[in-house]
Write a protein that binds this ligand. Structure first.
Ligand SMILES: [Zn+2]
Length: 260
């Protein structure tokens, strides 16, 4: 019995090594780092984008259709898309599972949605974003990381509409079986520079990927301080020899092309 177990473990490790050998980041790089920002906030335009641009990095900005910033500063959002940042889909009304808190109004409770309703909302959000950036291909970030509407898992519909989907979770151990439609990301809330850099180092050590999930930048809810954000950008750029970066769309396209 023990022998069989040892053989099975050996086979597992051999398969792991074999599969890992099949996945390579471009240009001999060791890991990927992706910057994503949710809810289309003013701090993204005022703080995050100038810092990303300073270090030659690109971000993905998951825009909700009802974002006041998206309405008030549409031209600026259009401009950042033109400069290579991605405007991602984050629904129109930001529906979430009602158990997330009292702030989820009954009409925007995913439990009260139907499958048809969420799919139409995703398509309408794509139309809105296409009107801003002219693009027909983009990625999606699940609002509150919820993927069940009215009791039905709608992730299959997300696969039809988008190139990738973002959820939450730890830095993956391996790129084997990496699901671009349910990618883990690191949510932050007032992180230190050391914590942010530790996530990058973890991805480098594992040879995988870290996707940062930011909300407010430079002040607000689930915030990352301007200085912390800037230091992270600086660290990633300083290690560009080892780190592959791009928008969430670009990196998911690469994984889809290479990882299978
Ligand atoms: Zn959100």
């Amino acid at each position: 019995m023990k022998q069989i177990l040892l053989i099975l473990i050996a086979i597992f490790f051999l398969l792991t090594i074999e599969s890992n050998a099949q996945f390579n980041w471009p240009d001999g790089k060791k890991a990927a780092v992706v910057f994503t920002y949710d809810d289309a906030l003013d701090g993204h335009l005022d703080v995050a984008v100038p810092q990303l641009d300073e270090f030659g990095l690109k971000g993905t900005f998951y825009c909700t259709g009802n974002s006041p910033s998206l309405y008030n500063r549409t031209d600026e959002w259009r401009k950042i898309a033109r400069n290579g940042h991605e405007l991602g889909n984050h629904t129109i009304f930001h529906p979430c599972d009602g158990t997330r808190g009292d702030w989820v109004k009954p009409e925007y409770n995913l439990k009260n949605y139907t499958l048809e309703q969420i799919v139409v909302e995703l398509k309408a959000a794509n139309t809105l974003l296409k009107a801003i950036d002219g693009k027909t291909e983009r990625t999606f970030a699940y609002t509150c990381c919820d993927f069940v509407a009215g009791g039905t898992d709608f992730s299959g519909e997300v696969e039809k509409l988008f190139t990738g989907g973002r959820l939450i979770g730890p830095v993956p151990e391996t790129m084997i079986g990496y699901n671009v439609y349910k990618t883990p990301s690191q949510g932050v809330d007032s992180p230190t520079v050391e914590e942010l850099i530790a996530s990058v180092d973890e991805a480098l050590k594992k040879g995988t990927i870290v996707v940062f999930l930011f909300h407010s930048v430079g002040g607000g809810y689930l915030n990352v301080g301007a200085e912390e954000h800037r230091k992270l950008c600086e660290y990633v750029q300083k290690n560009e020899k080892d780190i592959y970066t791009g928008t969430f769309l670009e990196v998911m396209q690469y994984i889809k092309k290479t990882g299978k």
